[in-house]
Structures are given as structure tokens and as C-alpha cells.
Ligand binder design. Structure first.
Ligand SMILES: Nc1ncnc2c1ncn2[C@@H]1O[C@H](COP(=O)(O)OP(=O)(O)OP(=O)(O)O)[C@@H](O)[C@H]1O
Ligand SMILES: [Mg+2]
Length: 270
């Protein structure tokens, strides 16, 4: 049993009379201290799965459990506790952060909302968190538009971390960042996993990024999981044609790719 688990979960969207199945029969678990990478092309159902895991959507069938409790049945104090213990970081921090709030206020909000520390310790906790993410203390007075994209994403991560979550869902957290800034965020997530035992569901369409950070890889294609396994195994010896095609799309010069080209061409995507 995993801390966060999805069991045979399906979800479809209805637009007018049309029904499209976005997530189909997914079973997946995330434990403290591990990073599970979820890769797949645009439209494969990754964000839908993230929203289900956060109980922003309810599944049509199947069950999602946190600490053994079905999310569909949570209410009151239990739901509030779940809302603290499972956090999300989105791709676009500019959209996710209130543009008028200073960095201090953005971090202070969740600290107060969930009463993480006594009021007298809030200032020190903000400083501690900013230091953890390598943000200069003076940035506390800046607003989202007055810092760089990478710094903004670090603030978004800190807002989530302020809640002292057990699971963090990252939906394309570095897709909008350039390579060097991307590495800073990935290193921060890896350090957090090691120091706090945070479990992370890391979603990306970029297999090379996910491989760097994830302990296990899960590949989605058209709403279904088509491959899963330890990152290195999937990377070195992908079995599904779709995974092989994803790997073939990784540029040869990708830093840290370190994988020999296979001579055989990937078969066409089904
Ligand atoms: N609110 C919605 N209403 C109707 N259809 C939706 C909705 N959200 C997503 N879909 C559809 O569900 C499918 C899965 O979408 P989803 O956003 O989960 O994919 P994704 O893997 O996150 O893609 P991307 O990499 O582009 O973010 C797509 O076909 C999408 O068009
Ligand atoms: Mg998405």
C-alpha cells in the first residue's frame, strides 16, 4: 500500500454530447522519499491524472486513496488535512501566484492558513524557506514580476513546501525554464526528497528531464499506462514502441543523456 494510490482510475470529459476518455484504468502509487516520473505526449492525460490525485476532480470509476482513505469520502477536517499534505506546483508560476503579493506574503499565506508555525515564528520560517531555495532575503519584498522565471518557480515550490506536504505533484514544473534554471529546480526537488522524505509525482513530456530526477518512470499514452519500471531500466531498454519513440525524440546532445542510440528505428506510434 502506497501513501498516495490510484487504483483502476478512469475519467472522461463530456463536451456537449461527445465524451472523451482522458484517463483509462490507471493504477499508480507514490511513497514518501521517492520520485515517480510520469511522461507522455500532450493530451495523454497527465494533468487529468494530477487533478484526480489532488481531488480537484473525482474519478468516474476506480479509487484514489491517501493514507488508506478514499479521497471521494473525505470531508471537513480530513479534507483540510489532505489539502495540506498533498501539494501541487504548476508549469506557469506567473499564473499561479498573485501578482500583487510580495514573496513574503506568498509564503506567509499557507503558513497562516494551515497554522504551520506559531505567529511569532512566521518571519523566521519565511527566512528559512527562502534560504533553502537559495533566494536572497531581500527578495521577500519583491513581487512575482520583479523576479526571474526560475526564481518565481522556486517561490511556487516554497509555497507548497511551507505546508510541509508529504506528497508534491509537479505538473511540468520546468517546461517553461531554460536549461540552467531547470537544473536548479530539479536539484532543489532532489534535495527535498532526500532531506524531508517528500514523495514527488513529477510530470513532464520530456523524458530526458524525468529520467534525471525520477526513481521510477511511468509512461502514458492516450490515457493509459503503457510502460513502467525503474528509470534506468526504462531508459536503457524500453519495451513499448511508444516509449522507444519518446526516447528517439531525446536530442543526442541532451546533457546527462548518456545513452547509446539504438540502431533499430522505433516502430510507428500506434
Ligand atoms: N476540462 C476539460 N474538458 C474537456 N476535455 C478536457 C479537459 N481537460 C483535458 N481534456 C482532454 O483530455 C485529454 C487529456 O488532457 P490532459 O490535460 O490531461 O493532457 P496532458 O497529458 O496534461 O497534456 P499536456 O502535455 O498538453 O499538458 C485531452 O484530450 C484533452 O483535450
Ligand atoms: Mg498537462
Amino acid at each position: 500500500m502506497s501513501l498516495l494510490e490510484l487504483e483502476n482510475v478512469s475519467k472522461s470529459y463530456r463536451i456537449g454530447r461527445r465524451v472523451s476518455l482522458a484517463v483509462e484504468d490507471i493504477t499508480l502509487g507514490i511513497d514518501p522519499g521517492e520520485i515517480v516520473g510520469l511522461v507522455g505526449e500532450s493530451g495523454s492525460g497527465k494533468s487529468t491524472l494530477a487533478r484526480l490525485a489532488l481531488r480537484l476532480l473525482l474519478p468516474d470509476s476506480g479509487e484514489i486513496r491517501f493514507a488508506g482513505r478514499n479521497l471521494a469520502g473525505l470531508g471537513g477536517a480530513e479534507l483540510a488535512s489532505f489539502r495540506r499534505r498533498v501539494q501541487i506546483v504548476f508549469q506557469d508560476p506567473l499564473a499561479a501566484l498573485n501578482p500583487r503579493a510580495t514573496v513574503r506574503r506568498l509564503i506567509e499565506e499557507p503558513l497562516r492558513l494551515h497554522r504551520i508555525v506559531p505567529p511569532g515564528e512566521i518571519e523566521a520560517e519565511i527566512r528559512r524557506l527562502m534560504e533553502l531555495a537559495g533566494l536572497p532575503a531581500a527578495y521577500a519584498e519583491r513581487r512575482p514580476r520583479q523576479i526571474s522565471g526560475g526564481e518565481r518557480q522556486r517561490v511556487a515550490v516554497l509555497r507548497a513546501l511551507a505546508c510541509r506536504p508529504e506528497i508534491l505533484v509537479c505538473d511540468e514544473p520546468v517546461a517553461a525554464l531554460d536549461v540552467s534554471v531547470r537544473a536548479q529546480i530539479l536539484n532543489l526537488l532532489l534535495a527535498l526528497k532526500r532531506s524531508t522524505g517528500l514523495g514527488i509525482l513529477f510530470i513532464s513530456h520530456d523524458l530526458a528531464v524525468v529520467r534525471r530526477i525520477a526513481d521510477r518512470l511511468t509512461v502514458m499514452h492516450r490515457g493509459r499506462i503503457v510502460e513502467r519500471g525503474p528509470s534506468e531500466t526504462v531508459w536503457q531498454a524500453p519495451t513499448h514502441p511508444y516509449t522507444q519513440a519518446l526516447l528517439a525524440a531525446v536530442p543526442l546532445g541532451e546533457p546527462g543523456a548518456g545513452r547509446r542510440r539504438r540502431s533499430s528505428q522505433p516502430t510507428a506510434i500506434a
